[in-house]
Every structure is written in structure tokens, then in C-alpha cells.
Design a binder for this molecule. Structure first.
Ligand code: DX5
Ligand code: ZN
Length: 226
């Protein structure tokens, strides 16, 4: 069955000195989400975006926001994030919490917001199998989280396949999102392995022609037109 692939450009790789211009340019390509990477310098070795930028993004664009929390204690920040974004996705890392079912339930208490659980490269999809019935998105990291522009870890392809099998076997509606090092060379393999949503940072924002980069992703993922 042909899946409808969604694209979520990661603004971490964008130029923050002209965020409005960057976003407006990318919007023209008709993307499905904007991916926002939130880092705390504890769960990952970097700090990045917080509420002021999420609020600014919400003002700039009507494209739903896809917030990727790479922080400890994500439950403390979910309510405020949900109140700002109103629609889209909020994902947290399974490795960052003791009670993932509770945290997912907290996200899903907001109508219109999808609840996502993310896996570091070293974490097996089976750790989240029992959450599938309430998990809207399974965010599979294909780099170690912390930075944009890293190399795709190709050993993650069989893991995406295993996650797809697990979801299908259970008849769950969970979408697979793939994040890290996505580009025109690996996109076909990623889609073939089972992705529904693809994140791309450097490949889009550091490209001399970002709109062409998005068109390439679409073309190679074999759906939307040209
Ligand atoms: C990594 C982030 C990714 C990253 C993607 O910690 O979660 O979303 O920004 O950027 P690229 O596509 O450049 O790897
Ligand atoms: Zn991310």
C-alpha cells in the first residue's frame, strides 16, 4: 500500500537571524510540519530552542509544529508547549522518562495534538510496543540526538523495518517518523523501510536551493507530483 509521506523540515538547521524569511521560503514548497528541536544540555550534549522560539514559530506560520523534546522531565514542559502549538506533534524520548504511558496520556489530553515517542539509535522498538495503542507517532532517530548535519546511521534501516512490522502486526495506527541525516541519497531506503514522516534539517536549510531539496524528497518518496 502506498503511504502518504509527510515532510517536516527541522528549523535547527535554519538561519535564526532571518527566521521569518527562512520559514516563508520553505512554506512555499507546501510542507506538512515544521520540526522544532528542544534540547536541555543534559539529556543531549547541546542546548537549542525554547518557548520564545516556539511562540515565534507559531506566529510566523500556520503549518502545524512538530516539537521534538530532547530533555529530561519533559512532563514539566508539555502543557505549555501544547498551549502554544495547539495542533501538530509533541514527542519525548523513551530514555528520558520513568513513566512513558503517563507522559503520552498527558500529551494526548490535548485535542488536535499527536503524541510521539522517540527512540535513540541504541534503543529497540520493542521497548515501546505496549504503548502503540495510544502512540500516534514513533520517532526513530537515525543519528545520535544533539546536532543537525550529522551522518545518517544506515544500520537504523532494519530497525525502521522492524518497527513497521511491529505496528502492522498490532494493527496500530502509529506513524513512523525518521529524524537525522535524511537526504536525497537515503530517502528512498527510508521510505521503503517504513517511514511516514521524514525530518530533514541540513539537507533542506543548508541547500543552495531548499525548494528543490523538498521537491527531491517528494519525487524520491514517490508521491506528490513532479
Ligand atoms: C538531532 C535533531 C534532528 C536534526 C535533523 O538532534 O533531533 O531533528 O535537527 O537535522 P539533519 O537532517 O541535518 O540531521
Ligand atoms: Zn529532531
Amino acid at each position: 500500500m502506498k503511504r502518504e509521506i509527510k515532510i517536516s523540515p527541522s528549523i535547527l538547521a535554519g538561519d535564526f537571524s532571518c527566521l521569518v524569511k527562512e520559514i516563508k521560503k520553505i512554506e512555499k514548497a507546501g510542507v506538512d510540519f515544521f520540526h522544532i528541536d528542544v534540547m536541555d544540555g543534559v539529556f543531549v550534549p547541546n542546548i537549542s530552542i525554547g518557548f520564545p522560539v516556539i511562540e515565534t514559530m507559531k506566529k510566523i506560520t500556520s503549518v502545524p509544529l512538530d516539537v521534538h523534546l530532547m530533555i529530561l522531565d519533559p512532563d514539566k514542559y508539555i502543557d505549555r508547549t501544547a498551549e502554544i502549538i495547539k495542533e501538530g506533534i509533541i514527542s519525548f524520548h523513551i530514555e528520558s522518562v520513568k513513566h512513558p504511558h503517563r507522559v503520552l496520556t498527558q500529551i494526548k489530553s490535548y485535542n488536535g495534538i499527536k503524541g510521539g515517542v522517540s527512540l535513540n539509535p541504541g534503543t529497540s522498538p520493542h521497548t515501546v510496543e505496549d504503548l502503540l495503542d495510544i502512540m500516534d507517532v514513533l520517532l526513530i532517530m537515525t543519528v545520535n540526538p544533539g546536532f543537525y548535519g550529522q551522518k545518517f546511521i544506515k544500520e537504523m534501516l532494519p530497525k525502521i523495518e522492524r518497527a513497521r512490522e511491529m505496528i502492522e502486526k498490532r494493527n496500530a495506527k502509529t506513524l513512523i517518523e525518521v529524524d537525522g541525516g535524511v537526504n536525497e541519497e537515503n530517502i528512498e531506503d527510508i521510505i521503503k523501510a517504513g517511514a511516514d514522516i521524514v525530518v530533514a534539517g541540513a539537507y533542506i536549510f543548508k541547500n543552495e536551493n531548499p525548494l528543490k531539496a523538498i521537491r527531491n524528497i517528494r519525487k524520491k518518496s514517490g508521491l506528490y507530483g513532479k
